[in-house]
Ligand binder design. Structure first.
Ligand code: NAP
Length: 292
């Protein structure tokens, strides 16, 4: 029996684990993929206090090292179901864990374009991670779709590797950070294609060769999709947790509508989705659990 089970080992879950551990709670972290979560897919982070510039995987490794230094137990297992009674039961494929409190910090996953063949070609010309796949397209032409900070920053990252980046956005204004917009506009090998959208993929002999837009075709070796993301909360569908569009509703303490169940980071409904507040929300939830 644990005091606290944290589902998700991104920056929010790790921050919560640090504060819970230092408050004397008996903690277990469960993570389905790599420690660090979404941060692992970010090429360069330039707005996390204390680091002028750090790669996402380096920050993820620093976070993971803290968990190991503190000897906080973790398991790489996918949570399949939870039962949210007075005692919280967390089921994974092979195990069942129990705890007095639960913190859900499962983050979000990238959204895909609703086009034929997209899922089939994921990892074969279609990507949601420039940092993971960019080097495969050295000196080639690629496209990025999206108009938020992710599309802008990853287009900039790719522009240093590939021959040319087409940045395609459905409106003529970006919603991303001003610094990123300025840098994209100054880049010599990013071509902006605004007020446009991808209507289909061009596939020849089972290889992605290009994309069709409303009024033109582009020959590209890869398409990087940055059109937002959806919360990783499907495993909670059978619970009474209050959610909106799949995002968990919490108060300022990180409490959900179910006593003893907390949530923090990108899987919660909020205004600002930044690394810094994901970390802060994890800490706030853990301290509130410790003070109960
Ligand atoms: P986002 O801000 O939600 O932007 C998604 C973009 O995709 C929007 O420009 C949207 O267009 C476009 N889009 C959505 N659905 C589309 C579709 N079906 N077809 C074509 N385009 C579509 O997502 P994000 O860029 O991943 O950022 C997520 C959060 O992380 C944001 O809060 C952001 O501030 C934060 N973030 C911050 C930084 C940083 O601070 N440096 C870096 C990365 C992310 P519209 O604009 O027309 O809606």
């Amino acid at each position: 029996m644990y005091d606290l089970i944290i589902i998700g080992m991104g920056i929010s879950g790790i921050s919560a684990a640090i504060y819970a551990h230092r408050s004397g709670l008996n903690v277990l972290i469960l993570e389905e993929n790599a420690p660090g979560g979404t941060i692992n897919k970010i090429a360069e982070i330039e707005n996390y206090p204390g680091f002028n510039k750090i790669s996402g995987p380096d920050l993820a490794m620093n976070l993971f090292n803290t968990i190991n230094d503190l000897n906080i137990p973790y398991k790489l297992e996918t949570v399949t179901d939870v039962i949210l009674e007075e005692i919280k039961t967390v089921k994974t494929k092979n195990n069942v864990y129990q705890s007095h409190n639960l913190l859900i910090a499962t983050g979000r996953k990238p959204r895909l374009l609703p086009l034929e063949h997209i899922e089939e070609y994921l990892g074969h010309g279609i990507s949601t991670c420039a940092l993971c796949d960019g080097a495969l397209y050295k000196n080639k032409d690629v496209a990025v779709i999206g108009g938020g900070s992710s599309a802008l920053s990853e287009a900039l990252y790719l522009s240093k590797i590939v021959n040319k980046v087409y940045l395609i956005h459905r409106r003529d204004e970006f919603r991303g950070e001003e610094t990123l917009i300025n840098a994209v506009q100054k880049s010599k090998n990013i071509t902006l294609i605004l007020n446009n959208e991808i209507t289909s993929l061009i596939i020849e002999n089972a290889i992605l060769k290009g994309i069709k837009l409303k009024d033109q075709e582009l020959n590209i070796a890869a398409l990087f999709i940055y059109i937002g993301s959806d919360p990783n909360t499907k495993f909670l569908a059978n619970t009474a947790l209050k959610m909106e569009d799949g995002y968990i509703l919490t108060n300022y303490k990180g409490e959900t509508n179910i006593p003893g169940v907390y949530a923090s980071g990108d899987c919660t409904k909020k205004e600002i989705y930044q690394i810094v507040n994901a970390a802060s929300e994890g800490a706030i939830a853990a301290l509130n659990i410790a003070q109960k």
